[in-house]
Write a protein of this length. Structure first.
Length: 132
């Protein structure tokens, strides 16, 4: 039988992994933006380079989407596991109330979705918006 402290231990271990995922996604998104700027600034950029740069940007956004969704679902899974306990602390009750759901999501939190949307627009704009 699992106890509450074990759930908290697993949750905090998962947060370490989520933190590392956030670091690599920030670096990946920065690189995707740098590739987009380099594609725009190069005099030798052709359609193939634009398509490949766009694909890299899309894949970077997709990787960040998945990592941020996994991070959000860690909270949901922890709330679900705490809800299955017969005896819970006030902290566990407060955590479940804060998370608000025990249903898994296919998206990051709304702030993450909006940030990725803005980054996608920035990447596409750098690559495809006409130069003056």
């Amino acid at each position: 039988m699992i106890e509450e402290y074990q759930i908290w231990t697993l949750f905090n271990s998962g947060r370490i992994g989520s933190g590392l995922n956030i670091i690599w996604t920030i670096l990946l998104l920065w690189l995707a933006l740098r590739v987009a700027v380099a594609t725009r600034n190069s005099e030798e950029t052709n359609l193939f380079a634009k398509v490949v740069s766009s694909a890299f940007g899309i894949l970077a956004i997709g990787g960040a989407w998945q990592a941020w969704t996994n991070a959000a679902n860690l909270w949901v899974l922890t709330a679900y596991n705490l809800s299955q306990l017969e005896e819970k602390s006030e902290t566990a009750e407060g955590f479940m109330e804060f998370v608000g759901s025990t249903d898994l999501s296919l998206t990051p939190q709304i702030g993450g979705v909006l940030l990725l949307l803005v980054i996608a627009i920035m990447i596409a704009g750098q690559i495809w918006y006409p130069k003056k």
